[in-house]
Structure formats: structure tokens, C-alpha cells
Design a protein around this ligand. Sequence first.
Ligand code: ADP
Length: 313
Amino acid sequence: ELEKRKYVKGRKLGEGTYANVYLGHSRSDPSALVAIKKIKVQAQYNDGLAPDAVRELKHLQELRGHPNIIQLYSVFSSKDQNLNLVLEYLPLGDLEMLIKDVDRVRYGAGDIKAWMGMLTRAVWFCHENYVLHRDIKPNNLLIAADGEVKLADFGLARGFSDPGWRMTATVITRWYRPPELLFGARHYSGAVDIWSVGMVFAELIIRTAYLPGNTEVEQIALICKQIGTPTEDNWPGVTQLTQYTVPSEITPVWGKEAYMGRFGAVGSEGVDLLVKTLALDPKKRITAREMLEHKWWRTEPKPTRKEDLPRKS
Ligand code: ADP
């Protein structure tokens, strides 16, 4: 109740699946803008969210202070029992808007490198703090006034400090979902986020979703065709996963060279990093920490300074 009184709610900024988002400001400082995200009552109880929601918020509170993670200022419940999150206001839209606006927004390898650096540091920080985001996609990467990209929407985030925890397999928007989740794995790791990071990387380059499956079956078929068919040879144990099914025609895993034609705009080192994020076996997938040590970041062109990055017009 006290927290609620600190903020004044303004116009609606947008509507999502789980929440309505409003502009707001601090009562004591009207120039301090915030976004107030009111989680829909029903959504609070879907996917095991609400009772957990408060705990998930703890994760967001634990992740405080990183420049590439949306800042949570406060939490309060309104009279209708809705959960309200007071978040950093990010006025410049999201990466999806920039990727899609092909006619007006032009960007190059240095820009992609800057955005990918910000995303990778955000994911590294989550994993370092034992939090999985589980819904990384361009539309959850919001842009601050100074050009900084911030990972947002921790509605599905959860801790993985308890290694025996069985987790639900129906997380992550389908196009960004890794094969282990599509095959029903319940003990998964930070590698699920890395696959999504790889999908965002690919999409930044080609400016369209890389593997846009219309169904889960189609999603698996696209992965098999474009990346390679998961088999016991490239992923020991995969055939034991409960939902394992692949098209009968087996495609060998493509090497780096096969990606150069379509993704070569980020150079040979960029493609090397991309391919490492897309390892089928989650145990062989690169980690966020290893990504940060990759040679690509130090190869020309250097990452664009955030104030020089393209923005929406
Ligand atoms: P979804 O991820 O389903 O699009 P969200 O509930 O996260 O929806 O947000 C809905 C909309 O509200 C977003 O598309 C965006 O336009 C706006 N929005 C969300 N968070 C913020 C924020 N921190 N600052 C400014 N606008 C925001």
C-alpha cells in the first residue's frame, strides 16, 4: 500500500499476453518516469506463475544494477489483487521493431556486435546469479533512451539453484525454443537461453526470423533441416527424451561454411560464434561466459558506441 502511493499511473503504453503496461511517474518527482506493468489476474495463475510470481520477482530484484537488465523499482498489489511491477521506462521500443523496419532502419556488423554484446552480458549476469530467463526474443529486448538494450519480461524466469528441480517444458516462444525443450526435457540449463540468443543473433543478420515454425512439429523439422538432425551420434541420450521424434530423412549437422552465405555479414568469426550457440546438444552449446571470451568481439568492425546505434524513426 505504501509502495503504491509512491507512483502515479498514467496512460496505457501497451498490452501484452500477461500484462497491461502503463506510463507512470514518481509522486515526489514527476520527471522520474516509470513503466507500471499490471499482471492480468488470470495470467497470474497460468503456467504456475502467480504463487511463483513473487519469487520470480525476487530474481529480478537480485539482478538489480546490471546495465542490460531492466530495473525493477518496486512491486505492489492493487485492490483487485493484481500484481503491479514498477519498472524502468524504456521509451525507444524493442529490437524487433528495428529488425522489422527494413525500409527505414539500416544497420551493419558493428551495430549487431554492440547489440549482441549487450544481450550476452545480460544473459551472463542472469546465469551467474542462477536465473534462467526462458523467453529471450527480440521483442523482449527493450531499448533505453541512451541506446542501451535491456533484457525485460522476466515473467517466465526461474531459478536453477536447485539442480533437481523439474521444470515445465512449455516455455520460450516457439521460434526461439531449443531442441531439448521441444523434445520434452525437464532438467534443462542455461543452455536454453543460449539457443534463444543464437536465434536472435541469426535474426539480426537476416532481418527475419530464422526458424519460424508454425507448430512444434514444424519447429523440429526446421531445426533438423537448417541445423541438422539430432541423433545419438551428435547428442548422446537425445533419443531417450520423451517427445523425441525427427523426420525420417536425416540431415547431417551443417558446418560453419554452410552458414557463410546467409550469415557472412558478421564475418567468419561472427559465424563461428553463431554456430557455437546453435549446438544441438545443450552440453556442447557455448556458455554465456565463453561467448564473452570469443574472438569476434575484438575483430573489426568494433561494436558501435551505444549513442551511435540506429534507433526507431
Ligand atoms: P509483450 O511482451 O507480450 O509484448 P509486455 O507485457 O511486456 O508485452 O509489454 C506490452 C507493451 O508495453 C510492449 O510491447 C511495450 O510497448 C510496452 N512496454 C513494456 N514494458 C515497457 C517499459 N519498461 N517501458 C516502456 N514500454 C514498455
